[in-house]
Design a protein around this ligand. Sequence first.
Ligand SMILES: CSC[C@@H](O)[C@@H](O)C(=O)COP(=O)(O)O
Length: 355
Amino acid sequence: MRSIIWEKGKLKLIDQTRLPLHVEYIECCDFHAVAEAIKNMKVRGAPAIGAAAAYGMVLGALAFEGNEKGAFRAHMNRVAEVLKQTRPTAVNLFWAVNRMLRKIEELSGREVPEIKQRLLEEAHAIYQEDLEMNRRIGQLGNQVVPPKAGILTHCNAGALATAGYGTALGVVRAAHEAGKEIHVWADETRPLLQGARLTVWELMQDNIPVTLITDSMAGYVMRQKKIDLVIVGADRIAANGDVANKIGTYGLAVLAKEHGIPFYVAAPFSTVDLALDSGNEIPIEERDCEEVRCIYGQRVVPEEVEVYNPAFDVTPHHLITAIITDRGIARPPYRETLAQLAQYDQDDNSGRKEK
Ligand SMILES: CSC[C@@H](O)[C@@H](O)C(=O)COP(=O)(O)O
């Protein structure tokens, strides 16, 4: 099952708002449709948002008529702005769109039809690299998973949230494939239930043992010694190792500390934003209050109750045991270890502010 498919000049996205009850793809024929799909979370998860936005840039390029390069560049800057306005927290969105813009700059000597073709190749590369990075994250992360581990995860950092295999769930998959007989505990992850709807569905498809709990049960389950480690994904990682991830992650990290349980973050290095000194600078998305008032479109609270709906929180670095990236495992002090990993590719993410 793939969440993102490029087919016959269109982008097909599995509709993650309908899973697991309905397994359906939507077709995006233009970049506005891609932007809407990101905003409405039909495609979600930081790396998947990045890959979808890259294909959104391709659809934007294909819609341009004519051969005038200045007009093409101006048009692509407008396309980029529309895509960047969708969701503010996951840095992979800005990273991918900026990479596509840089490609256009690089090709400034070429004609528009060739640039369009090369942009499609770049989007395919972003997608393919993500898949490979997740496999590497899985291999590296497997080292920290003891046999028969109980693993708690939050939200969905799996195949659906990426080009495939997953980040946090990539580690889970690698440990399962290594025969470690792990057992996953999945938080349901209110308000939009990515854990209950997506993580559980994904793991059950791969026959990986999983138990669903509500978010409020995590502390009790830890106290019962059912959890050996926590592993989550990330939407943005600051230079000091503070991590923005789905709302509720911070609470889990505090609970893990109290119970002496290691707390891991798994993410491709493209999620690291070295331009941000600390998590205080990470923009946190606030979403529509109806997401909290309703479950599956059904209102469950008194009408018009006041609601606060931040979609992410920031886990301070001192609560994080290690950050597992495709370039290696970073351990405290993160300012140094993340900076070292950045050296592996000077052209990529080396302190460039992504916004
Ligand atoms: C590999 S996905 C990493 C994160 O993007 C994931 O943990 C998460 O918080 C997703 O949030 P979402 O709001 O569902 O896009």
